[in-house]
Write a protein that binds this ligand. Structure first.
Ligand code: FAD
Length: 291
């Protein structure tokens, strides 16, 4: 298996700047995200007035400028969701949404901020009927009834896959648009998820109007809470605790951008991505000196 120098999670300004800096420093990188870059750029129609070098651009124009720079540096985006990052001692193992594993000496988390809090029961039942990855865990619930909390239309493909494998799927969209599925055993429920309950394992999803008997609740958000993505990571609220070098409590793991706390700004995210990449480069050099 290839062991990358730096794995970067996120294609917003923080992850992109980290990738550019690491590439300029000649590191072997893998960049996870999507070719649209960040939904926070795609939705911003108002002129962005405070990004140095790009006066008065829309989010889409900014994304186009960033994409051009990636192409010029031959930086590729791997369109896979990272579902877990495990600290293995002197390297990291990253589990992907397609169930594959990738290894890297260092990791930069630049996956943006997640609004809100975990649902009551979510953390308690993680791995016992709460899952963040349909592709990974669907076979465990073959022929069973499950629920999906869908954070955005991008998550519908994963729910559709569950429709193929499970007896019935309750789909609770957290967005206004009408979801589209190819399987008619997926029932769209316009109710607010409130709590996940069970005994040893999950047996119910409670909404603001009903209770659903289910074997698993798949929570498919655009981004995960950082402590859930990386076991053992120190967080404060929904932000990762970092120092001025963007180091976290886990040696070799760095965080940048909105995930590292306020203010939520493009230029601050890019700046922190730059610092995180340089810190990762220094960490790799130090590691090599010690070998
Ligand atoms: C409506 C709106 C208007 C705004 N206007 C301004 C403005 O005018 N000026 C300004 O400075 N800021 C503005 N902001 C704030 C700005 O959008 C954010 O601060 C910035 O996008 C944060 O960049 P980031 O790289 O940290 O994260 P994001 O841009 O959120 O990018 C995170 C990336 O991580 C990816 N990702 C998440 N989880 C995973 C995973 N598990 N695996 C793989 N990839 C993953 C996502 O797909 C995404 O690509 C605005 C925000 C909003 C919502």
């Amino acid at each position: 298996m290839t062991r990358y120098d730096i794995a970067i999670i996120g294609t917003g300004p923080a992850g992109l700047e980290a990738a550019i800096t690491a590439k300029v420093r000649n590191k072997n990188i893998i960049l996870f995200g999507n070719k649209e870059l960040s939904n926070k750029m795609q939705v911003v129609d108002h002129p962005i007035l405070n990004y140095l070098g790009l006066p008065s651009v829309t989010g889409k124009e900014m994304a186009a400028a960033f994409t051009k720079q990636l192409e010029e540096l031959d930086i590729k985006i791997t369109e896979e969701k990272v579902t877990s990052v495990y600290a293995m001692g002197n390297y990291f193992a990253l589990q992907l949404g397609n169930n594959e594993m990738v290894e890297a000496d260092t990791v930069i988390l630049a996956s943006g901020v997640v609004a809100g809090k975990p649902y009551p029961g979510e953390e308690k039942f993680l791995g016992r009927g709460v899952s963040y990855c349909a592709t990974c865990d669907a076979p465990l619930y073959k022929g069973k009834v499950v629920a999906v909390i869908g954070g955005g239309a991008d998550e519908e493909a994963e729910a559709d896959f569950l429709g193929e494998v499970c007896e019935k799927v309750y789909y609770l969209p957290l967005y206004k648009e009408e979801p589209h599925f190819t399987h008619d055993n997926i029932i769209v429920v316009r109710e607010k998820p409130v709590e996940i309950t069970g005994a040893m394992k999950v047996n119910k999803l409670v909404s603001d109007q009903n209770e659903y008997d289910v074997a698993c609740v798949f929570i498919l958000r655009a981004a995960q809470f950082p402590g859930q993505l990386v076991p053992g990571l120190e967080v404060e609220g929904n932000a990762v605790k970092v120092d001025l070098q963007m180091r976290t409590n886990l040696p070799g793991l760095f965080a940048a951008g909105d995930i590292a706390g306020q203010p939520y700004q493009y230029i601050k995210s890019a700046g922190q991505g730059n610092v995180a990449a340089l810190s990762a480069v220094n960490y790799l050099a130090e590691k090599q000196r010690k070998q």
